[in-house]
Design a protein around this ligand. Structure first.
Ligand code: AMP
Ligand code: MG
Length: 336
């Protein structure tokens, strides 16, 4: 199958995408977080295709994406009083809300959970696509399972060339890390995955917001978070001190390798003469650059060395979580 990258100059690209979706095909599309790999959420076969294409574990549920005017009430069983205020404050945008499900979409979407995760992306490309199809679109990130999430159409192409018919190109993703996943089934909202919409931002609207940690032995509420994720395809090392990173760099160089250091601007300023990928200084900039730099790093380095950024404000909790996972410094069970 030929994989077409359709930019905005491709006339009729949303009509084309609608036809593929109606035929049960999988279409990749730009969002403001990362690119998604979408299929009709009502179709068992189409949803199963996503899992097969990615090599995604069968117990890791998908987020359903809808247009901002799509009526989600048939899909959800109930909602807490704070849900409306959160939607008004943050949607369309990088916040996924988890509701009790009515079970109307394919059972493969939620992988046996009685909840449904719904997101309304703000990307104009995603909105136009979702409006054209007028269906809930189940979509995980458009990368092979375990690989770094894609933030350009080219990244999607690298993982799925000849496997999917169409990539709706909306340029580089402005957000850069996956959406915040928020459990809205309880009295107080609970973050299952940190992202660009922070705990403070949610608490300011909902009155309170908890952060979920899976207890030992328990099936995690957000199964995806238990897996090793976002890994670059080269050896990695992770340090909190610049001096230790320098030592690892020299060792790799002496062994004949090509090391590269991924770090914030503060550390980069102390690394003149070293091969450096600079993340930036603020949470927003680091989120935007992280995945593109990880994908760049795996291409140029035999050893990619991460230095933990100093910044702690804003969306840094989400950035640090992704970065530590990418470098194997914080992860749960390996995928089976
Ligand atoms: P991805 O789209 O690849 O970034 O993964 C989607 C994330 O959303 C994973 O971490 C899933 O575990 C999580 N997720 C999807 N549906 C649900 C749900 N019904 N309840 C809790 N977490 C979910
Ligand atoms: Mg993913």
């Amino acid at each position: 199958m030929k994989t077409e990258i359709a930019t905005s100059s491709f006339r009729g690209r949303f009509i084309r995408a609608k036809r593929y979706i109606e035929e049960g095909e999988v279409v990749a599309f730009h969002t403001e977080t990362v690119y998604g790999l979408g299929a009709n959420a009502f179709s068992d076969e189409a949803v199963q295709k996503i899992f097969a294409l990615k090599g995604r574990p069968a117990d890791n549920p998908l987020i359903v994406h809808v247009h901002q005017e799509y009526d989600i009430s048939p899909l959800i069983d109930s909602e807490p009083p704070y849900a409306g205020a959160l939607r008004k404050a943050f949607l369309p945008g990088p916040l996924t809300m988890v509701y009790p499900s009515t079970g109307k979409v394919s059972k493969y979407v939620s992988c046996g959970l009685n909840t449904l995760a719904i997101r309304v992306p703000s990307s104009p490309t995603a909105q136009a696509f979702l409006k054209a199809v007028n269906l809930p679109i189940a979509a995980p990130s458009a990368n092979l399972s375990k690989h770094v999430s894609p933030v350009t159409a080219r990244h999607v192409f690298e993982d799925f060339n000849e496997k999917i018919p169409l990539i709706l190109d909306g340029g580089a993703c402005s957000g850069g890390i996956e959406s915040t996943v928020l459990d809205c089934t309880g009295e107080v909202p609970q973050i299952l995955r940190e992202g660009l919409v922070t705990r403070e931002m949610i608490a300011a609207v909902a009155g309170d917001c908890k952060l979920y940690h899976a207890a030992a032995g328990e099936r995690p509420k957000s199964p995806g978070m238990a897996y090793k994720h976002y890994s670059p395809r080269c050896r990695t090392a992770y340090f909190t001190e610049t001096e230790a990173a320098k030592a690892a760099y020299h060792e790799e160089k002496e062994a004949g390798g090509t090391p590269c250091i991924l770090c914030d601007s503060g550390a980069a300023a102390q690394l003149g003469g070293y091969e450096v990928l600079e993340l930036g200084g603020t949470g927003e900039v680091m989120a935007q650059r992280l995945y593109a730099l990880l994908r760049r790093g795996e291409k140029i380095a035999t050893l990619l060395i991460g230095i933990e950024p100093q910044e702690r404000e804003g969306c840094m909790a989400g950035v640090l979580n992704r970065m530590r996972r990418a470098f194997g410094a914080e992860h749960g069970t390996e995928e089976s």
